[in-house]
Structure formats: structure tokens, C-alpha cells
Ligand binder design. Sequence first.
Ligand code: NAD
Length: 443
Amino acid sequence: MSSTRREFLSAAGAAPALAQTARQRTANDQIQVACIGFGIMGSGDVATAVTVPGVKLTAVADVYDGRLARARELYGSIFTTRDYRQVLARPDVDAVIVATPDHWHSRIAADAMDAGKDVYCQKPMVQKVEEGHSVVAAEKRTGRILQVGSQRVSSVLYAKARDLVRQGAIGKVHLVESSWDRNSPLGAWQYSIPTDASPDTVDWDRFLGSAPNRPFEPVRLFRWRNYQDYGTGVCGDLFVHQFSGIHFVMDSLGPSRVMATGGLHYWKDGRDVPDIMMGMYDYPETPKHPAFHLNLRVNFEAGGGESHGFRFIGSDGALNLSVGGALVLTRKPRDPEPGYTVSTFAKAEQERYLAEYRKKYPARNTNADSLQPVDEQRFLMPRGYTEQYAHHANFFDAVRNRRPVDEDATFGLRAAGPALLSNISLFERKIVQWDPERMTVKS
Ligand SMILES: NC(=O)c1ccc[n+]([C@@H]2O[C@H](COP(=O)([O-])OP(=O)(O)OC[C@H]3O[C@@H](n4cnc5c(N)ncnc54)[C@H](O)[C@@H]3O)[C@@H](O)[C@H]2O)c1
């Protein structure tokens, strides 16, 4: 065990006894991590986590036996179980990755922190806004580290974008847009359902948890995103990434007004969540930036092709962020000519007006002179860089050295809040007022 780690542990006197036991039994500096929910993202998170130096997988929990078998195929003699509480009780687990369906996030994250574990919790941090403060409180009460899994927040690309906006590279930003267009069955969450899924291979009740009771129906587990009982629709799944990125780049706590609309138009496969959604959000002024407006869109029926990106539109230019890099376009200096609209005036007045106008703005020689110069700067991701790795590395560094993470529970709630309120705005057809500082819905 390293001295830094030991120093922290002795400082963490308030942590539960189990946490102390777990740390004391750790023979060296290695961080022993477990995964709860070893599906697409959980297995991806583990694959990334174990590439961070000093991180080792020791246990996996999942309610489908096939995924436990897959974990053993990949990682050998690890502990596997259907019951996540058995993972939390283990002294050889320092930290857990929570990658279950959304309706389990807050419960497992809080149980894990109460058991003395640090937590990497997938986004959205909570399924329902009202669960948020209990996670923030558990983080505070237990002194554990909690990182929410919106990896953009640790990205060099978003850090560059934030620097550029802070430095005024595109002037004052009053409008931000972000869209996420998809046009494929997998993009629309029609994931594979294993042929061996049965009440014998799936712990159905443990999957349902606090969700309404119902008979075994594998599509609801393997495509849980499509059902409000377990998921959060396109806004909890994708808007939340957009909010995380925007809040980070704009140094913002969140919007004060949430308005959303949308519907289910194409993927009518039994799901009860929309496949097209748009949101509009008003952001109050902050110490670093003026008030701005945000426009978000997710479209799973995007015949025009798949794309995803952000556009920060400022008074002097625009910053486009996409997966691979950033493009900054600036127009400087601005065209000094304001232009004129005189054709509706009487002829004599047109002539008088233009004569005065040309005294002030002499005519340019050629049409080419009237073209506006645009400065263009491109920033590309470094070769081999992934924000996924950066986000995990940030988490494990925080675990080892007891430092704040990039995306704690408060940041997670501030991203999840407006995303989840977008569902309320859509389903209840109303504008929702949000207090981004206190993270409460205003009546
Ligand atoms: N950060 C990202 O870019 C990103 C990308 C994809 C998914 N995610 C998030 O990761 C989470 C998982 O998504 P996914 O696509 O991997 O889903 P998935 O269905 O592939 O995996 C979820 C797993 O959890 C298991 N599970 C269900 N209930 C459980 C319980 N009570 N205890 C233990 N295991 C349980 C399921 O059997 C399944 O294996 C979601 O919250 C999602 O929003 C994040």
C-alpha cells in the first residue's frame, strides 16, 4: 500500500468499519475493482479500467448468468454472483463500477458508498430527479469517491473547448446547439436477446427491483432502455451526455427553464419512450458567461445519416465539437458596412441615402473585396487518446490519492436533472422551472 493511500485511510476515520477492513487487507497499492451490471457498458468499462496501471478486477455481479459466464471467460477466477450485495460485502473490493439499467443506479451507488466502496456510476446518475439528493448525501456522509460516467467531462477536447470559450475566442456565447442523429436498429436500442434467456438463467426479480412487478419478459431486460420502468428514454440516455459536455464547457450549473417535445414515430416495437425528442433550455448568467439558450435534439429516424456534435455560437464566431475534434470559425474584424434597405423609399430619397452612405462606407473595388475573411482553427484528438480511458484514469487517481473527481454526484445531478425534467416536460406538456444551484424543481 502506498504512503498516500495509507495517509488517506487514516484520515477517513468517519468511514464505515467495512471500508477500513477492506483497505487494511489490500496487500499492495493495487485498486481492486468490481463491476455490477456486466453488459455492454459494464464490460467496456472493465476493459478500460484494467488498462489503468494498478487496477485489477476481482468480482462481477449480474442478474443474467450468461454475462457472469462471459466475465469468467474473460477474467478467469474472479468472484461472480447474481446478488450485488455479496460484492459489496467483500473485503477484496475497493471500488465498484455500476453499469446496471438506470432504475438501479441510485440504490446500488448509495449501498456501495455505505459499504465503504468508491463508485464509478454510469450516467444518468439517477433515474428520477428526486433520487438525486440521496446520492449527493451518501457521497458526503460516507466520504467515498463517486464519479459519474459521462466521459466527456475528462476529455482534452472539451477542456480545449472550455479554454477557447473562456478566452473569448468566439466572443460572447448566447446560443448552444447539440444534436444526436441515428438511423439503425442498434442505434435505436434493439439489442440482441440471448437464446438461453429464461427464468432459470435470469434473476428476474432482482432485475425488477423497485420497478412494477410483472412476469418474465426478456425483452424488458435486454432492451430495458425502451421502457420507462427501467430507463430514462433518449433524454436520460443521450441528452445527459450533452448536458454534461455543455455544463463543463460553459462553466454552468444548469438551466433554469426546461421545455421539451417529441414523440414515438418509427421504432414502434412495444417501447414506451420517444424516438424523436427536442429540448429548449434557458441558462442564467454565471460569473464567467452571459445568459444563453440551448437547443438539443435526438432523432432515431435520421434519414439524413448518423451524426453527433455540439455548436457553440458566439458573437464573433462558432465552435463546432464532434467526436474527433473541434473546429473554430471566427470572423474578425466584423464587416464595418451595416448594409441598407432603401428600395422601398422614393427614388430621390434612395439617392440621397446612398450618397450619404457611400461617404461613410466607400464602395469596394470588386465583388471579391466584399468576401468576409474567416479564420479557421482545427484541433484533433491526439492519436490513441480516448476520453473513456481519461475518465477512468481520473477516477482511479482520485481513489488512490483521495482527490476530487471530474464528475462528482453534484455535477451528475446537475446533468441528470434537466435531462430527466425534459421527460416531465414532454409527458406532462408543461414548462418546468429548475433551480440549478439548489438542484430542485421550482413550483
Ligand atoms: N457512458 C457511456 O457512454 C455509456 C454508454 C452506454 C451505456 N451507458 C450506461 O451504462 C448503463 C448500462 O447500459 P448497457 O448498455 O451496458 O446495458 P446492458 O443491458 O448491456 O447492461 C446492463 C447489465 O446490468 C445487468 N443487471 C440488471 N439488473 C441488475 C442488477 N439488479 N444487479 C446486477 N446486474 C443487473 C443486466 O443483466 C445487464 O447485463 C446504463 O446506465 C447506460 O446509460 C453509458
